[in-house]
Design a protein around this ligand. Structure first.
Ligand code: XIL
Length: 495
């Protein structure tokens, strides 16, 4: 079939090798910045004039990928900052980069990319934890249960470092063969359950991030590999193995092209109850019709949450000789850029959970007194909005937690808790709260929850537990449920 690249054409590892040379130059640490929040969909707004603005109209993102070498490339950074709101590291978070020696992790280059992206308002896709390629050298000497343990330790080590920070993680990459059976690899040889174990490990390591299976040549619905991956996700969903998303790499390069049934593939995966995303898009010679078609397919599927192109300019591409990206080598947008922008702006579906009705009460400002006639009698009803005074500073050895609703929509809301310490420094905290009946926590960031309905406790993340005297930190969460009733019985305990 014509959309299957010859395997020999698929990849070169030279890029990864070149990047290793710059590793020691960077010693920037991950900031404790909160995960950037997703803009709310509003299809009635004006058309976006950048890729990210156009994507955000429908609650989607438009992402790109960068290597650490691009951190010194102002041409790249200018376009990234202007056009994109999601970032992926090209090679810097792969297993060989993050764990060069057993138990010895190196996050310097990954952190530098993460820091730049989040300081410029982007969210982050982690890529990737378990893969047959770009493995640590020491994995080559392992097999069976020793390799299985190394994979589990790797997932735990990397995910602990980025806990609470990413929107998505590609937990497993490219585990299927073209005919829809498992690809043979050292990881596959540890037992058929390796993918399941990777996802269960990942969920326990960071319950706040969406966990994705990512692969190429799964865009054509009738292709064997697509069906193999579809059956994996269907089985995981049926058995409760945690998987939240499928990444379709969408490399329409190396001999592949946009199949006519791409939208059917996206909607079929989405119907299993997962998000879908186009994670590494590039198209031979940046065909405008294929870029338009792949974008429109995503826009037509509510759970298609976003598109990432694998680089910005043709000079950034791993397949640069095919000139497959949206910007040319002089940083000028190509005709395909316009076709993508128009298709994003033409979206008629929004991502579930991203539409917010206009607030009925001002969320933060206390009610003002009537502007014209002074009241003849003092007001009798107390204000309906909760007081917005900052939470009181706590007692010695204690902490307090104050709740605020950030936004709500039909079927859920986003809440925020500000944890404020007392007058004695603490090294950790736990917030207790009770959700109203029928409410379920879908996601927590800057903390990790035990329980997701009724009585719930939320513990600090690794990076925000230590609070000095009177210091405060915030955590966020999403709740699904028919009511927007605020949590009750909120308390905080130092730990
Ligand atoms: C590629 C990088 O772009 C190259 O720099 C590197 O030499 C090889 O890997 N599928 C994936 C990506 O999931 O990680 C690959 O990235 C491209 C194919």
């Amino acid at each position: 079939m014509n959309d299957v690249p010859a395997p020999s054409k698929r990849r070169t590892r030279s890029g990864a090798r070149l990047l290793l040379g710059g590793a020691c130059a960077l010693a920037i640490t991950v900031s404790s910045m909160a995960v950037a929040t997703l803009a709310h969909a509003d299809l009635s707004g004006p058309p976006g004039t950048t890729l990210k603005a156009a994507a955000e109209r429908s609650g989607r993102y438009f992402g790109t990928a960068m290597g650490a070498d691009r951190l010194n490339d102002s041409g790249f950074l200018n376009i990234a900052n202007r056009e994109f709101d999601m970032m992926t590291a090209v090679n810097e978070m792969k297993p060989d980069a993050t764990e060069p020696n057993p138990g010895q992790f190196d996050f310097r280059r990954g952190d530098a990319i993460y820091d730049w992206a989040t300081q410029h308002g982007m969210r982050f896709r982690g890529h990737t934890l378990a893969w047959h390629a770009q493995q640590p050298k020491f994995w080559a000497g392992l097999s069976g249960s020793a390799l299985r343990s190394a994979m589990i330790s790797h997932i735990n080590g990397v995910m602990a470092h980025y806990k609470g920070k990413f929107a998505y993680w590609d937990v497993v990459n490219e585990a299927y063969a073209e005919n829809g059976s498992r690809r043979s690899s050292n990881l596959q040889s540890t037992g058929n359950d390796w993918i399941e174990v990777a996802f269960r490990t990942a969920r326990a390591a960071d319950p706040s991030v969406k966990l994705c299976y990512n692969d190429y040549n799964i865009e054509n619905w009738t292709y064997g590999k697509t069906q193999g991956v579809y059956n994996l996700i269907k089985d995981f969903k049926a058995r409760g193995v945690p998987v939240d998303c499928v990444g379709l790499q969408t490399h329409f390069t190396g001999g592949s092209s946009l199949p006519g049934n791409f939208q059917q593939t996206l909607s079929s995966f989405a119907a299993l109850g997962v998000d879908v995303a186009l994670t590494e898009a590039d198209v031979t010679n940046a065909s405008t019709s294929q870029y338009q078609g792949l974008t429109q397919a995503c826009m037509n599927v509510p759970r298609c949450v976003g598109i990432t192109t694998w680089g910005i300019r043709d000079s950034d591409s791993w397949r640069g000789n095919e000139n497959p990206l949206l910007f040319d080598r002089n940083s000028n947008p190509k005709p395909a850029y316009t076709s993508v922008l128009n298709a994003l702006n033409a979206a008629s579906t929004t991502v579930p959970g991203t539409t917010t009705p206009p607030p009925t009460t001002p969320p933060t400002t206390p009610p003002t007194t009537p502007p014209t006639t002074p009241p003849t009698t003092p007001p009798t009803t107390p204000p309906t909005t909760p007081p917005t005074t900052p939470p009181p500073t706590g007692q010695p050895g204690g902490c307090t937690a104050a709740y605020r609703m950030v936004s709500m929509w039909n079927g859920g809301f986003q809440g925020e808790l500000t944890v404020t310490n007392g007058t004695t420094a603490i090294s950790g905290w736990t917030v207790q709260l009770t959700l109203a009946g029928g409410q379920t926590i879908a996601n927590v960031w800057n903390g990790s929850n035990t329980g997701n309905s009724g009585a719930v406790s939320i513990r600090n993340a690794a990076y925000n537990g230590a609070l000095g005297a009177n210091a405060s930190t915030t955590l966020g969460f999403l709740v699904n449920g028919s009511s927007n009733t605020a949590p009750s019985n909120i308390s905080c305990t130092p730990a």
